[in-house]
Design a protein around this ligand. Structure first.
Ligand code: GCV
Length: 658
């Protein structure tokens, strides 16, 4: 573990506990973890911990109230009276979360009297999907869209053996921000990784063993074609009895190896992956076959295995003809899945990306969320910064995710509440000593966990919490650098929700027409008169009509559409007046100049922090700021020049455009 950044769990964060006297009541594996944490803190700071119930006095009591070994319940209660802080929980996970809550509170956990306060997660599943390959992929590297080195789970073609300590440390960080599930391999399941399901399940079990002490269940991405590629069957038809039998047997062996296995993640009929369409079957047929295998009860338990299939809704035509203006990629998930509402099994969760396209810096919320009331949906966010600076740029995504989770598709429930199947993020972690490449990108992982626990939490408060834990109290400058960084990134990249304009393939840096004539369905349609995609019902693709009122009406007209999404929904002239009172073209120029100035300012403020933050972190972030500034200038100049050349309209302020 030497040389690995402590992230949000530095030793110092445990000082308030480690200097005090703690009593732990209850037994079970997670209670042992709690005990280990407190004992380690006491060994460092001179406090004491007892499990025998001997009479006090105690400053902190951590008590499991459930009858037995007590995993399960995740809620906990915390209160303070008579000079003692007490955390109670009916499950081991709850006690662990309660301990980390006390760590977050620091000294304030031991001041005054308060409570009882009950804390329970809004969402039962708070999951990270790792797009990690076992083998290094010739194009994508080991971690697809990974910007933090190699995989934390897989090295030299196998599950990390002696390095599983790092995986355990990862589980600890995840538990400390509330995450309780991890999928350990890429949704694009290649030939080597397909075998994790069968002959290599022992390696998955080893990883599960390292994560389990922190209450984290392990999930696996599987290929829909597994019965053919692993089982030698002639078909993967989900209604074929032999295929169903094969999945049932394979799943039984998975549960023999990993009794608390979480379930499968499946990317089917998506970007070339196999799926049920080949057999004329629906996605509900495909998902339900796996759901049945994951509930079979030959495990002896009355509840069955208790596994879930996460079936991804990222289904669209990636071989589109750019000349065809009738096909709109944004419509695809809704068009494919809404007719299937009510057909999915109870343990089949439809996993929907938060926007209709693909994790652009600005997208509307996917209209699929809210349109399938009889289906359990999980909402997928992307912590790995594929389109948001690839962990070379500071881009704290908390405000964007919070906007998404608070969005109410119609009067009633928010996205956070509609995500009954859980909240999922694509992981931004690798074997980098700072975990996330850019040390400040750790905040995205932390924020995801905390928002998944409480989707309506104030993201600014979460940011402060992360800063306090990771950097210590005191300085507001880091907050200033990070708080607006997503909007800064938006300013210097693709404008007003139009998205893309990135280098094809690797998606880093500007290429205004990079995807304009490609088969991926990602167009901006800029010409000499205007820019944007007409997705209205009156004259466009009709996508705006996939929303209920009031959103359908709001998005339908360029006059009422929010500025930041204008080019997502409408093709308008460069002289179109935004609600902000600026023309589209002047907005493009202004935001691109401002975005670069904001990066310059953030870099300057970061330089002031030298000597106040850990030198290794400081050096890494400094280096990344150089790259961010270089690319931000490149974005500014390419975007401004492109639109100046298309429109012929000069900048009102006469700034330099090429
Ligand atoms: C894992 C985008 C990314 C792919 C990713 C895919 C998905 O297309 O560029 O790398 O594949 O989304 O979410 O399945």
């Amino acid at each position: 573990m030497q040389g690995v950044d402590p992230a949000w769990l530095p030793d110092e964060a445990f000082r308030p506990i480690g200097t005090r006297r703690t009593l732990i009541r209850g037994s079970g594996p997670l209670v042992d973890t709690v005990h280990g944490e407190v004992a380690q803190a006491c060994a460092r700071f001179g406090g004491s911990v007892s499990r025998d119930g001997s009479p006090g006095p105690y400053d902190l009591v951590l008590e499991l109230t459930g009858a037995e070994s007590g995993d399960g319940g995740e809620a906990f209660t915390v209160e303070r009276g008579d000079g003692r802080t007490t955390v109670t929980a009916s499950g081991g996970s709850g006690l662990l979360y309660g301990l980390f809550h006390v760590v977050r509170l620091g000294e304030t956990a031991f001041q005054d009297s308060y409570g009882p306060e009950e804390h329970r997660p809004e969402s039962a599943l708070r999951m990270l999907d790792h797009w990690d390959n076992v083998a290094v992929h010739p194009v994508m590297g080991q971690v697809e869209r990974g910007y933090a080195g190699g995989s934390l789970f897989w090295a030299d073609g196998r599950a990390r053996g002696e390095l599983l300590g790092r995986v355990r440390a990862y589980g600890r960080l995840l538990a400390a921000c509330g995450i309780n599930a991890v999928a350990v391999n890429n949704v694009n399941v290649h030939a080597t990784e397909a075998h994790l399901l069968t002959d290599r399940i022992g390696e998955v079990a080893a990883i599960a063993g390292a994560l389990r002490p922190y209450g984290i269940r392990t999930h696996l991405s599987v290929t829909f074609a597994a019965p053919m590629v692993l089982g030698g069957l002639p078909t993967a038809d989900p209604l074929d009895e032999a295929v169903r039998g094969w999945w049932a047997e394979a799943t039984a062996r998975v549960y023999e190896a990993i009794p608390d296995f979480g379930g499968y993640v499946v990317k089917a009929d998506s970007e070339g992956r196999p799926g049920p369409f080949a057999y004329g079957r629906s996605h509900a047929d495909g998902a339900n076959m796996l759901a049945a295998a994951l509930t079979a009860s030959d495990s002896g338990s009355a509840a069955g295995y208790g596994g879930t299939v996460h079936w991804r809704a990222f289904v669209y035509n990636h071989r589109q003809d750019w000349r065809d203006r009738t096909t709109d990629r944004a419509r695809a998930a809704y068009d494919h899945f809404v007719p299937l509402d009510g057909q999915f099994a109870a343990n089949a969760v439809l996993q929907v990306k938060h926007g209709p396209m693909d994790f652009q810096v600005r997208e509307p919320v996917s209209p699929l969320i809210g349109a399938m009331p009889r289906t359990r949906l999980a909402v997928e966010l992307q912590a790995t910064q594929e389109y948001t600076g690839q962990q070379r740029h500071v881009c704290w995504l908390g405000p964007m995710w919070s906007e998404v989770l608070r969005f109410r598709p119609e009067e009633g429930s928010s996205v956070g509440e509609l995500a009954r199947g859980g909240l999922v993020a694509v992981s931004n972690i690798g074997d980098d000593p700072f975990w996330t490449g850019h040390p400040l990108a750790q905040a995205n992982l932390y924020t995801f966990g905390r928002l998944a626990w409480q989707p309506d939490a104030d993201p600014g408060g979460i940011l402060d919490e992360w800063i306090r834990l990771s950097f210590g109290p005191g300085d507001t400058r880091l907050h200033a650098i990070m708080d607006g960084s997503w909007r800064t990134y938006e300013k210097y990249t693709a404008p007003l929700g139009v998205g893309w304009m990135v280098q094809p393939g690797h998606h880093y840096g500007p290429s205004l027409d990079g995807y304009e004539y490609s088969p991926w369905g990602t167009y901006h349609f800029a010409d000499r008169d205007g820019v944007g995609v007409d997705r209205s019902c009156a004259t466009g693709t009709g996508y705006a009509g996939q929303y209920p009122k009031p959103w359908a009406e709001l998005y339908e007209s360029p006059e009422t559409c929010p500025d930041e999404l204008l080019l997502f929904f409408h093709h308008v002239s460069y002289g179109h007046m935004l609600r902000s009172g600026k023309t589209v073209i002047q907005h493009i120029y202004d935001t691109h100049f401002e975005g670069v100035e904001e990066v310059e300012e953030a870099r300057r403020v970061w330089a002031e922090l030298e000597g106040l933050v850990d030198p290794a972190r400081h050096a890494r972030v400094t280096e990344r700021f150089e790259e961010q500034l270089r690319t931000a200038r490149e974005w500014r100049d390419q975007v401004n020049s492109y639109f100046f050349r298309k429109s012929g309209v000069a900048d009102a302020h006469g700034r330099r455009i090429y």
